[in-house]
Design a protein around this ligand. Structure first.
Ligand SMILES: NC(=O)c1ccc[n+]([C@@H]2O[C@H](COP(=O)([O-])OP(=O)(O)OC[C@H]3O[C@@H](n4cnc5c(N)ncnc54)[C@H](O)[C@@H]3O)[C@@H](O)[C@H]2O)c1
Length: 435
């Protein structure tokens, strides 16, 4: 079998770890990695060192396509640049795999959908959370019809003081780069809901504010490195302490000025940290969703309510068993402990996640799903198999395309519009450019 040729644009943490390395190792029998493209040549060199190969590096995307001739381009650059590479790759007759979010606003989204239609090529969006065995089980249960007609979804996502804080240190903290967390992060969550209930979002209303990060505290230095508040700030992060982040970001910053350890209290941060969204779906379901990014633990809770009962689910991702004001200390005690069990004195690591089905007139049925190794609840590994190895059956429609990418980001884009105007937003009109 002839190997498929892949090129990657955007050689940051995700491009290297999720795609470059696996393509030259576990998928080397079916894939050939032929080119890298990034605005920072130093980061591409790190990529090559990490994968132990000499993949050709380019700062000019068209030149990379001309000289390396990939079948598929994998887009893992900064969110606001995805559209440029997706559209160009499609125009140049390549298939595309893009990291989430597909893009960050309605105009770019329209351009992508049109380019794909014209090109006859395909765009896939890597919604890895769908592939986690736990999400797959929820999908199976909802699809089996045990809930009957879906009436509503309650969904709360919590980000902690390590992972959550990290979004405010770099490009994600500016809406013009990431679309804010309702696009950058919530695209995962909105996609899960859309996929679970098989309805399309129609109307969106949202509230959002910045209560903790950004200009809510006096910033120290513009970045952690060399900051006078090093010993007192709970968010001081030593970028040089870890060899990996040092070589990928600190050492490479002279080539493009990308500061990875910016102050989380920088007055330049313009994204919200506390958000609530209401969504009305086309077959009548309602979603109420919150994203809280300054939380003492990480994880999520969801309930799906239908005519025949209620499904309760959720995952405890991180918990800190004691007060640890220093980030380095918190990092060392960060564990996957269920906060509710911890409150009862049980601090054992979670090995199984539970789904509870409450039928309408009484009783409860419990489904346990064992945790598996791998990124994003084991989703990353299963997604890659589906992307790179042909012939894997997909009865639950795990693999997402441009329309699913659009439907998930457009909830966030509509929510951003609603936050700015104070009004509900008709999502499909906004997508058409009619709003
Ligand atoms: N699915 C997931 O769970 C998941 C997890 C992490 C990241 N991501 C996504 O992967 C992408 C990369 O994230 P990351 O954490 O690796 O970020 P990163 O900042 O580490 O890397 C981004 C890379 O893009 C490059 N870049 C910036 N502007 C560019 C441009 N104009 N042209 C080409 N390259 C450019 C940067 O030089 C850098 O190498 C983002 O879209 C992010 O949302 C997805």
């Amino acid at each position: 079998m002839e190997k498929k040729r892949y090129a990657i644009v955007g050689l940051g943490g995700r491009g290297i770890g999720m795609f470059a390395k696996p393509l030259v190792t576990e998928y080397a029998d079916v894939a050939e990695l032929v080119g890298f493209c990034d605005i920072n040549p130093m980061r591409m060199e790190v990529g090559n060192r990490r994968i132990g190969k000499e993949v050709s590096c380019y700062t000019d995307f068209d030149k990379m396509l001309d000289e390396t001739n990939p079948d598929t381009v994998i887009v893992t650059s900064k969110d606001c640049t995805h559209d440029k590479y997706i559209v160009r790759a499609l125009e140049r007759g390549r298939d595309v795999i893009t990291e989430k979010p597909m893009t960050i606003n309605d105009e770019k989204c329209r351009a992508i959908l049109e380019a794909e239609k014209k090109s006859g090529k395909t765009l896939k969006v890597t919604f890895n959370y769908r592939f986690a065995p736990y999400s797959t089980k929820i999908k199976e249960l909802v699809k089996s019809g045990i809930l009957g007609d879906i009436y509503s979804v309650e969904f709360h996502w919590y980000l902690d003081t390590i992972h959550g804080a990290d979004y405010y240190r770099r490009w994600h903290g500016k809406k013009e780069n990431s679309g804010g967390l309702l696009v950058h992060k919530s695209t995962h969550h909105f996609d899960l809901v859309n996929w679970f209930i098989e309805e399309e979002p129609e109307k969106v209303f949202a509230l959002g504010s910045r209560r903790f990060y950004g200009n809510n505290r006096e910033a120290g230095n513009a970045r952690c490195l060399g900051c006078a508040k090093k010993d007192t700030c709970e968010f001081y992060w030593d970028i040089a302490a870890n060899k990996g982040t040092k070589e990928l970001y600190l050492d490479a910053e002279k080539a493009d000025g990308y500061i990875r350890d910016g102050c989380v209290f920088s007055p330049d941060i313009n994204i919200e940290d506390t958000m609530s969204v209401l969504v009305k779906y086309d077959k009548g379901a309602q979603l109420s969703y919150t994203l809280s990014s300054h939380m003492p633990f990480e994880g999520w809770d969801m309930a799906i309510n239908g005519s025949k009962g209620r499904l309760e689910c959720g995952v405890a991702e991180t918990y800190y068993e004691r007060d640890a004001r220093k980030l380095s200390e918190r990092t060392s005690i960060r564990k996957s402990i269920d906060r509710r069990k911890a409150a009862e004195g049980d601090q054992s690591s979670v090995t199984t996640d539970t789904i509870r089905f409450y039928p309408m007139f009484g009783g409860v049925e419990v489904f346990n799903v064992d945790r598996v190794k791998g990124g994003h609840g084991g989703g990353d590994e299963r997604l890659k198999d589906m992307l790179f190895r042909g012939g894997i059956p997909d009865p639950l429609d795990h693999l997402a395309g441009s329309w699913q990418g659009a439907m998930s980001i457009m909830i966030g884009v509509s929510a951003n519009r609603s936050i700015a105007t104070g009004l509900p937003v008709n999502l499909k009109e906004l997508l058409k450019g009619d709003a």
